[in-house]
Design a protein around this ligand. Sequence first.
Ligand SMILES: *Cc1c(COP(=O)(O)O)cnc(C)c1O
Length: 355
Amino acid sequence: MIHNFNAGPSILPKEVFQQASEAVIEYNNSGLSILEMGHRTPEFTAIMEEARFLVKELMNLDDHHKVLFLHGGASTQFMQVPMNLLDPKDSVAYADTGVWSSKAIKEAKLFGKVDVVCSSKEKNYSFIPNDFAVPNDAKYFHLTTNNTIYGTQWQSIPKTSNVLVADMSSDIFSRQLNFNDFGLIYAGAQKNMGPAGVNMVVVNENILGKVKHPIPTIMDYRNHIAEESMLNTPPVFAVYVCMLTLRWLKNLGGIKAIEKINEYKATLLYNEIDSNELFTTHVNKSDRSKMNVCFAVNNPAHEKQFLDYASTNGIVGIKGHRLSGAFRASLYNALPISSVEFLVEIMRSFKQSIA
Ligand SMILES: *Cc1c(COP(=O)(O)O)cnc(C)c1O
């Protein structure tokens, strides 16, 4: 039995793998594999429509918020967001809470004046800043809601009058937020909604069309809205698997239901880290991520021992990112409670195994 704590690409529901693999052989008695069907066929158009509809329903979006499935991963959005929203004279505000934020900042600087209004860099990104102001004239305020590598998460979204833009790659669909408050949300699928190769963007159409410079056709969100994510060939299989995952989430009771499960899983693991004297975490307590739990051993000699012990027992993917070290257990939506219970058991029995 394998317990998959990978940070991304990461675990998806078993039943989604089952359905997706059947569709590779033959989609819905069509005589064709999903991989050899045209993207403008009624079959695929229906898949794209259902995916979009499920996102709207699960996130409770109003009609101004449009759902797009695009190529390129979240990293493309680091560039596409400012390209659509900024002119060179404009200024914009970013929160620097980790590697992904700082990569987004670097790209935004190509398009306008970037004001980094807060940063937790000097403490190795171990906390979420709370004492900062966003200038009124900032065209938007960008934040990374969950810091996949450092294990911190904004527990509440700061109130500002600016347009809010969020990279939600690693906590999309994991907790309830008022998604209509955001001007733009983007997420690479491979953390919590599907396979790698597709990017979801939710954008309020009212924030678009304000810049004076030309935007390349394929980069302009308005064209993707007009063509319903079919401006060019979409990543059909990745969109299909996302749709299946969204269906799974809806059947489970939606974001409200999964949020409870996610809270339970995170509490189980953090309680063990706090109470087991072999383990520790450097993440500020009130900023702990419920998706990516970063932790370490108190005695460096135990680090490799614990990794070996865990992997012998079927635990996969808990080696920490090279920048934050030690261990990281990702508790995405599809990870069953039983896997977290098992990890906790292993942390307890590790004590005995080295005694
Ligand atoms: C993984 C990740 C990214 C990068 O995603 P790609 O799809 O590899 O471009 C960006 N932001 C966050 C928060 C991530 O977790």
